[in-house]
Design a protein around this ligand. Structure first.
Ligand code: 3HC
Length: 405
């Protein structure tokens, strides 16, 4: 993701230094940025001269000492709190005291990261979405001690990069990942039940309005990243983030998605499947299902509902989590719709779709799935309250339970 962020910064005319742990990774990062510029030239969105000028702004290094004059650092390392804390300690020592240090963490606590530094007012979350050079959203997450000045400077920078920043109140998973993981998890539960194929599940999500299905998204994001993020969210929020055993099982076998050429699907070049090209399932899935069944982690026989695949089975957990976020004042209803549109490419507002379906209908279906599939579907109390109050439209809400700054 760091390469995508470097591309975006350099195209906005900013000098960028990619810092990584060894020369090979630095070279790989630079080659990725070069490939993104080549792609833009091929698509004729910029000229070769512009691409050359912008790419010349990107340099690489393995030394923190070269960060002594920077204004901003965007950290995009492994999703492990101990790794981030260690990096921020080193950054704090190496960077000028007035520099802003941002983390692109997917879900970890910005406040905990800030504690490792002597400049908590200058620490902030700047969460980009995959592919970072394409997706328009940046979640901007102030930590407990982040100053208004830092927030303002990062919001302005996002605008300069041509991104849309949405300010999020800090919580585990922030907003978009918090909503995406119950949806991805549920897709895996459905797949593991054995009645619907990965294609059917992904196609239903695309027909609903997502640019790609949850299982293709899992492969793109990486099963290692998703397993870490989901374990963290499960620890923080409990049963709503209960994942199918398939996710960690695939990751433990080294099927990490695109980056290892196989996850749910095969990715022969380790690259995105070209448009129109048919996806192929990972043939090892059959063996993995058999292992899960033998260990009692998946149903022995396919679970037949007797019905065609109901896309609401995977969308309702996402919608329910959106109402939890609303209830906690993490973001406004309008920001939730914007963030999902720009962070995941969802063609219609998530809450707008729920209004169209009817909040009472969504509540009722969540209850039915709770009875059939378990507590992870329990409707949020705020949704129950809205239904009892006869609310049909989120614009009718004059206040949310916690004021959003
Ligand atoms: N993996 C990586 N990059 C991909 C990709 C994939 N599977 N598919 C396409 N791309 C890149 C291409 O390389 C191209 O990059 P470039 O502009 O630098 O050349 C760019 O996306 C556009 O490619 P296409 O013209 O082929 O674009 P499409 O119209 O097919 O759109 C897409 C591709 C943008 C990936 C679109 O399918 C999409 O929006 N998908 C949803 C992505 C999403 O939900 N992202 C959020 C993930 S969650 C996250 O990032 C949070 C993290 O914390 C876990």
């Amino acid at each position: 993701m760091g390469s995508g962020i470097a591309q975006v910064l350099s195209q906005a005319g900013l000098s960028v230094l990619i810092v990584d742990i060894n020369d090979e990774l630095v070279e790989k990062g630079l080659a990725n940025v070069k490939r993104m510029y080549d792609s833009r030239v091929r698509k004729e969105t910029i000229t070769q001269n512009e691409a050359d000028r912008c790419f010349a702004l990107v340099k690489g290094s393995t030394r923190y000492s070269e960060l002594k004059d920077v204004d901003l650092v965007i950290e995009a390392a492994l999703e492990k709190i101990e790794v981030k804390v260690d990096i921020f300690r080193k950054l704090d020592a190496a960077c000028p005291s007035e520099a802003v240090l941002a983390s692109n963490t997917s879900s970890l606590s910005i406040s905990e990261i800030a504690r490792a530094t002597k400049r908590p007012a200058k620490i902030i979350g700047m969460h980009f979405f995959n592919p970072a050079q394409v997706m328009k959203l940046v979640e901007v997450i102030p930590a407990v001690k982040t100053s208004d000045e830092t927030v303002k400077s990062v919001l302005e920078l996002c605008q300069k990069l041509g991104k849309t920043p949405v300010r999020i109140t800090e919580c585990p998973g922030f907003l978009v990942n918090r909503l995406l993981f119950p949806y991805i998890n549920e897709a895996l539960h459905v797949l593991q039940e054995g009645h619907f194929t990965a294609f059917e599940i992904d196609q239903a999500a695309v027909a609903f309005g997502f640019p790609m299905g949850p299982l293709a998204l899992l492969d793109m994001t990486g099963l290692d990243v998703c397993t870490s993020v989901n374990e963290f969210l499960h620890d923080e929020y409990g049963v709503r983030f209960e994942s199918a055993a398939l996710m960690s099982h695939l990751a433990s076998k080294g099927f990490l998605g695109q980056k290892t050429k196989a996850g749910i699907y095969l990715h022969p070049e380790g690259q995105p499947t070209s448009k129109g090209e048919e996806k192929k399932l990972n043939p090892s899935l059959d063996k993995i299902f058999a292992e899960l069944k033998a260990r009692g982690l998946a149903p022995k026989e396919p679970v037949h509902s007797g019905q065609p695949f109901d896309v609401l089975r995977i969308v309702l957990p996402m919608f329910n989590e959106a109402i939890f976020a609303l209830q906690e004042g993490i973001a406004s209803a309008a920001d939730i719709d914007t963030a999902m549109a720009l962070g995941t490419g969802l063609k219609r507002g998530l809450l707008t779709v729920a209004e169209e379906k009817g909040l009472a209908h969504c509540h009722e279906k969540l209850e039915l799935y709770r009875i059939a599939k378990g507590e992870r579907f329990r409707p949020c109390w705020y949704l129950s309250k809205l239904v009892k109050a006869g609310i049909h439209d989120f614009r009718e809400l004059t206040s949310v339970p916690v004021a959003v700054k």
